[in-house]
Design a protein around this ligand. Structure first.
Ligand code: BES
Ligand code: MN
Ligand code: ZN
Length: 472
């Protein structure tokens, strides 16, 4: 699996020379831009009604009929949330060749437009015979090519892992992906597998994964200078979620290969941090299991022990993600990190609340709401804060255990987050309930697996986010 990218390359000393010019235009810039084209080309654009409307694309022919230039409308500035990401709609539709962003609206960043190009170029080709040549973007010195490539590569890594079907992305394969990443960056890799989970006190990861043909495991990566502030990044790695004994129906199960999406997000963020060599001591933890059904599966009504010592009555075996994460969060908190960030495809309720493009996030430090939301918005990677509404703890009450693993029909994303909060031991913590999937394509976001919040969080971390005052 390759997450390296040759979709973007720096220009050589002859500048962006022979590359095909792409002009991204807002409506008020169209007139001026057309005047600078040949009569043939401006006539061609006018005949097609090119007015710079959002998403409008015209491929201009040269005298020989080959592609000579490309026009892309960006729409009016005041109504534009898509911004640079709009550029991501181009590469999938253009013939192979070398392109360059010759003009951009004044308010666009060339860096984000470059990242959008790379994100829009993504295709999951592992099972395809015809891997067609992608359109290549040549960028000048004004763009940090290394940084842009890392963002694109991290996104592609996450997408590849999520898109890979469960038959080829079980617990063993997911752990191997983590190990490969560790090797690439010189991180330390370790794993606690199968029965060892019981010996080393991860009872909930074991219970969820014990019925599967590949053993559950807790995978850990450690990287960086121990003197730097410590960050834990944790991911839900359910390689397939059948729902367990409370089994999902056909439509509910159809996409559940993506239930390791949290682990994919955790690896994507880790990749960016390590590639940029941020001054952070990174601890990445993946709680990996397949939620399968077999004679030894855990059952509704069972009471599980947990790493913190809290007992959990199983109300529903389909609320498995919070169980595996509970043990992993507890383990992460034991090293007293400055911050823990977890990603999980945790609830259908998050998707009902905010849809697939806008992950809700929860934190036990309100000071994080604003800076994190702002960085994510700026990176065109938006997230939305949601409350850890304490009174809803009551929904997780069990008469015979410390709590149960599922609330009722209300506030499903909130009660799931409140469940997790019990395992973080007051460590500063953020939880992202990601969907990990685009039901349909939009600019920069091809249909299928996707990674959210990672570029935004990286931006916040690179700007020194771990120095935020987080004591209460
Ligand atoms: N992996 C699912 C959540 C999910 C479902 C995410 C669909 C995205 C799309 C999770 O394990 C789950 O099944 N959650 C249940 C919890 C319920 C039983 C309390 C849910 O959300 O229905
Ligand atoms: Mn489930
Ligand atoms: Zn799940």
């Amino acid at each position: 699996m390759s997450h390296s990218t040759t979709l973007i390359r720096p220009s050589e000393r002859d500048g962006t020379g022979a590359a095909i010019a792409v002009h991204v235009l807002r409506p008020d810039a169209v007139q001026g831009a057309l005047q600078s084209l040949s009569d043939l080309q401006s006539g061609y654009a006018e005949a097609r009604g090119f007015a710079g409307e959002a998403g409008q694309t015209v491929v201009l022919p040269g005298e020989d009929g080959a592609v000579a230039a490309v026009l892309l409308g960006a729409g009016a500035k005041d109504s534009d949330l898509e911004r640079e990401m709009r550029v991501g709609q181009l590469p999938g539709g253009l013939p192979a060749g070398e392109y360059t962003l010759a003009s951009l609206p004044d308010d666009f960043s060339a860096r984000l437009a470059t990242i959008a190009w790379g994100m829009g170029s993504y295709r999951f080709t592992r099972y395809l015979k015809d891997a067609r040549e992608p359109a290549l973007l040549v960028v000048g010195e004004e763009v940090d090519v290394v940084g842009a490539r890392a963002a694109v590569a991290a996104t592609a890594l996450g997408r590849d892992l999520i898109n890979t079907p469960a038959g080829d992305m079980g617990p063993v394969a997911l752990a191997k992906a983590a190990r490969d990443l560790a090797q690439e960056h010189g991180a330390e890799y370790s794993a606690v597998v199968g029965e060892e989970l019981l010996e080393q006190n991860y009872p909930m990861i074991h219970a969820v994964g014990r019925a599967a043909h590949e053993a559950p495991r807790l995978v850990e990566l450690e990287w960086g200078d121990p003197d730097h502030p410590r960050l834990a990044v944790i991911g839900k790695g359910i390689t397939f979620d059948t729902g367990g004994v409370n089994m999902k129906g056909a439509s509910g199960a159809r996409l559940m290969k993506k239930d390791m999406g949290g682990a994919a997000h955790a690896l994507a963020l880790s990749h960016m941090i390590m590639a940029a060599k941020l001054p952070i001591r990174l601890h990445c933890l993946l709680a990996i299991a397949e939620n399968a059904v077999s004679a030894n599966a855990y059952r509704p009504g069972d009471i599980l022990d947990s790493r913190t010592g809290l007992t959990v009555e199983i109300d529903n075996t389909d609320a498995e993600g919070r169980l595996v994460l509970g043990d992993a969060l507890c383990k992460a908190s034991e090293s007293k990190p400055a911050l823990m960030i977890d990603f999980a495809t945790l609830t259908g309720a998050a998707r009902v609340a905010l849809g697939p493009q806008l992950p809700p996030f929860f934190t036990n430090r309100d000071a994080l709401h604003e800076p994190v939301s702002e960085h994510c918005m700026k990176e065109l990677d938006p997230v939305w804060p949601m409350p850890l509404w304490q009174p809803y703890h009551a929904m997780l009450r069990s008469p015979i255990a410390d709590m149960k693993n599922a609330g009722g029909r209300f506030a499903g994303a909130v009660t799931a987050a409140l469940f997790l909060e019990r395992f973080v031991a007051d460590t500063p913590w953020m939880h992202f309930d990601v969907y990990g999937w685009n039901p349909s394509a939009r600019a920069g976001h091809p249909k299928g697996a996707d990674v959210y919040a990672v570029r935004g969080l990286f931006s916040w971390l690179a700007a020194g986010g771990l120095n935020t005052r987080l004591e209460r």
